[in-house]
Design a protein around this ligand. Structure first.
Ligand SMILES: [Zn+2]
Length: 291
């Protein structure tokens, strides 16, 4: 789970719907499963366990994260007593490169079974490889369970993935599928990069990967594959952190040009408003996992 740092933001930004504010500062990905969400998200308050629609305030800001519809659905039915024990990307070091990582992403063999409408096996078990998130601590297990990070089709006791055919066909919860696709993309990319030997090409490849990760999501999966392939912190830094020059977005006052300028704010607040640039990649990513 990509560790994130939420910046303090000026009061004026609370004049806007908070989902957009969060997406501007943290990127357009689910804070938990890391799938891409181009323009829509649920805003979840980790302090109350409730979701917020519309505007929010400075008091709630430190507790807010973005959820996709599947992570949102999972936490709604999860035991609420788990909530105080969760690993959360803005509070905990939810990804790290050493053997102290609590959440580990692994491509592993899984027994896949499709079920018919009555819940009976429609096919014989098929051995496939899926990227499953493993817990190395009780808090990590609580997090996986609370947000259903491996979906409710996966049973870790017998390592099976039992999915109703109609759920598969209607794409009810694709988080494991999408994460697995990201793994294969990252692996293929790593293989190409290993065969690349000129600096110009390597730099072009790195820039291309940043775009792929930004648009395709699953930061932790990419980080895992790239670390296993290269064991090179400098390479991971180039791929997975916001660009240094992008960390201080230009202060362009676009408030005057938008209808939202009609919201009553003081002049000093307007002056302090910083408008995040959307050509940034991996905004809000913490550096702590790299140290
Ligand atoms: Zn999610």
């Amino acid at each position: 789970m990509r560790p994130i740092e939420k910046p303090a933001i000026p009061k004026t930004e609370f004049s806007f719907p908070i989902d957009g504010v969060l997406m501007n500062h943290l990127g357009t990905h689910c804070s938990i499963c890391e799938r891409p969400m181009p323009d829509q998200a649920w805003v979840w308050n980790q302090d109350t366990g409730k979701t917020i629609k519309g505007k929010s305030n400075q008091a709630d800001w430190p507790h807010l994260l973005l959820l996709c519809h599947n992570c949102h659905d999972s936490q709604k039915t999860a035991p609420q007593e788990l909530r105080p024990h969760l690993l959360l990307p803005d509070k905990d070091l939810t990804f790290r490169l050493d053997d102290k990582a609590e959440l580990v992403y692994t491509l592993q063999p899984v027994s896949l079974v499709y079920l018919d409408d009555q819940g009976n096996p429609e096919t014989a078990p098929n051995n496939v490889e899926l990227v499953i998130v493993r817990a190395c601590s009780p808090a990590a297990q609580a997090t996986i369970d609370y947000f259903g990070l491996n979906t409710h089709y996966y049973n870790q006791n017998d390592n099976s993935f039992r999915i109703p055919k109609k759920d598969y066909l209607s794409m009810v919860d694709r988080r494991v599928d999408l994460r697995t696709e990201a793994w294969h993309n990252a692996q293929q990319y790593a293989d190409y990069l290993k065969e690349t030997d000129t600096e110009l090409l390597i730099n072009a490849f790195l820039q291309q990967a940043r775009i792929i990760i930004q648009s395709g999501g699953f930061w932790s999966t990419w980080a895992t594959v790239m670390w296993q392939s290269f064991h090179d912190k400098t390479l991971l830094e180039k791929l997975l952190l916001p660009r240094v020059e992008e960390e201080k977005p230009k202060k362009v006052n676009r408030l005057k040009a938008t209808p939202m300028a009609a919201v009553t704010t003081s002049d000093s607040d307007k002056a302090k408003a910083s408008i995040p640039t959307r050509n940034n990649t991996m905004p809000g990513t913490s550096r702590k996992w790299l140290l």
